[in-house]
Design a protein. Structure first.
Length: 470
């Protein structure tokens, strides 16, 4: 079996990227070798269904993969992820070139499904479970290279119980399940031991971690904690210099989490805060469970705890019933909160969601015009923030070569991309944390020079906030 190779194509969010890493590790342990899509024996497509465009992209790819499969006998195609969870056996029926289909709860079953496919058995497994077994995965295989040395994803919970009217995630990812804190800490310790200095905590509503156990009074038996307490435990791990989390829900920022941003040095001064709209009427139709003023208040509280904290966001335009006044309210919120960046999209109706049956659709031309206006505002705010950083210092976690020759690139604690001249930073290897002085701002990134020899504190951590210093 060692001569059989696999490749994985991944679409969608960071959770999907992490799932693909888990799957690759499982297949390596099962005796398969990592390969390239053009030459592999097995191709797995890990899908996203958050927007209609991503689903159509999958169907187009599967059509083209008929030729890929026909080029060599014995090739196999698998489909996983959110579209697979929704469609299950229907994918096998619609696409005879597909050999196996697995849902978001079934990563551990893929090696066995692949062996069955090699024996000529086509099947789908999209069963859901509340079991914690889904988190029990083998240690990292020695032949599995780090795509981003120094940084790693760490799943703390999965699923979502919010049922926003536009979102299919509760259907594709299931209900909220939180991992025991001890298991999370052990995984983080293993990551730190192999040189990881930044962990990104993942969950569909990551800051809802442990909330059901807390409400039921079962935290002790379940082994979960308040999210802020989990952050404190992780920050105490030697070697972990940075902690991030994504994606939070605005209503789960309790006082402890807000204050953690001023008390835990390792907690990065960046919060990605998906707000979706600035209109109370639209937020109510989205079933987001907060009003725009709650976002303004939360932004103020976070910045009171950590003055240099950067906020980014997700926004939807053209939601059913969105008026010009509703859209103007979104622009106002973006300006007033001062979001530094954001992902913005036109509303895409998803089958199985409550919003799919709403009337009062926004015309495509109006939605496109609003999207362009919103993105222009976000671009202006990004550039203004980048210009404000010129002359300040930061530490950059190097990711690898930049797009231009002789450049290396990485991210600072505020999650900004920083490009460096490789000749000026001979120590800038992937996974290294290097001090820089921001020399230039561009619309999409920062350019850095070597930091001044004289000690100047890195911009950011408030004086007097010394918890978890190491």
């Amino acid at each position: 079996m060692a001569d059989r190779s696999f490749a994985i194509r991944t679409f969608g969010c960071q959770m999907n990227v992490h799932d693909s890493d888990k799957l690759a590790n499982l297949l390596l342990h099962a005796g398969y070798a990592a390969g390239e899509p053009e030459t592999a024996d097995v191709l797995v497509v890990n899908t996203c269904s958050i927007r209609e465009k991503a689903e159509h992209k999958l169907y187009s790819d599967l059509g083209m993969l008929r030729q890929w499969k026909a080029e060599r006998p014995g090739r196999l195609i698998g489909v996983g992820g959110c579209v697979a969870q929704q469609e299950g056996d229907a994918l096998l029926a619609r696409f005879p070139q597909v050999d196996f289909v697995f849902g978001t709860h079934n990563l551990r079953h893929v090696p066995a499904m692949l062996r069955s496919a090699e024996a000529g058995q086509r099947r789908a497994d999209v069963a859901t479970t509340a079991s914690l077994d889904r988190f029990d995965l083998p240690e990292r295989h020695p032949h599995f290279p780090d795509a981003t040395p120094g940084r790693a994803f760490l799943t703390v919970m999965e699923g979502c119980d919010m049922f926003c009217t536009f979102c299919i995630v509760p259907t594709t990812r299931g209900r909220e399940v939180s991992r025991p804190a001890d298991a999370i800490v052990r995984e983080a310790e293993r990551l730190a031991a192999r040189g990881v200095i930044e962990v990104v905590l993942l969950g569909q509503t990551v800051n809802a971690y442990g909330r059901h156990d807390l409400r039921r009074g079962t935290s002790e038996t379940a082994g979960t904690l308040r999210f802020a307490s989990l952050l404190e435990r992780l920050a105490a791990i030697p070697g972990l210099r940075r902690i991030r989390y994504t994606s939070p829900h605005p209503i789960f920022f309790d006082d402890e989490l807000v204050q953690a941003h001023g008390a835990i040095e390792a907690l990065c001064p960046h919060v990605h805060l998906p707000v979706q709209s600035g209109s109370d009427a639209v937020l109510a139709r989205m079933r987001r469970r907060y009003a725009a003023d709650a976002i303004r208040s939360l932004a103020d509280r976070l910045r009171a705890a950590r003055p240099d904290l950067v906020l980014t966001t997700d926004l939807i335009v053209g939601f059913p019933g969105e008026s010009d006044a509703d859209f103007d309210a979104t622009l106002a919120l973006v300006r007033e909160v001062g979001f530094v960046d954001g992902f913005s999209f036109k509303y895409s109706p998803r089958p199985g969601t409550a919003a799919a049956s709403l009337g009062d659709a926004v015309p495509e031309a109006a939605a496109q015009e609003r999207l362009e206006a919103l993105q222009a505002l976000l671009r202006a705010q990004t550039l203004a923030y980048h210009r404000s950083r010129v002359g300040r210092e930061a530490e950059v976690l190097i990711e690898g070569r930049g797009r231009r020759d002789r450049q290396v690139t990485g991210r600072d604690a505020w999650h900004r991309i920083v490009h460096l001249d490789a000749a000026a930073f001979p120590e800038a290897r992937p996974g290294a944390l290097v001090p820089v002085r921001i020399a230039e701002a561009t619309p999409h990134s920062l350019l850095g020079d070597p930091a001044r020899p004289a000690h100047v504190p890195l911009s950011g951590f408030p004086s007097g906030a010394v918890a978890n210093r190491r």
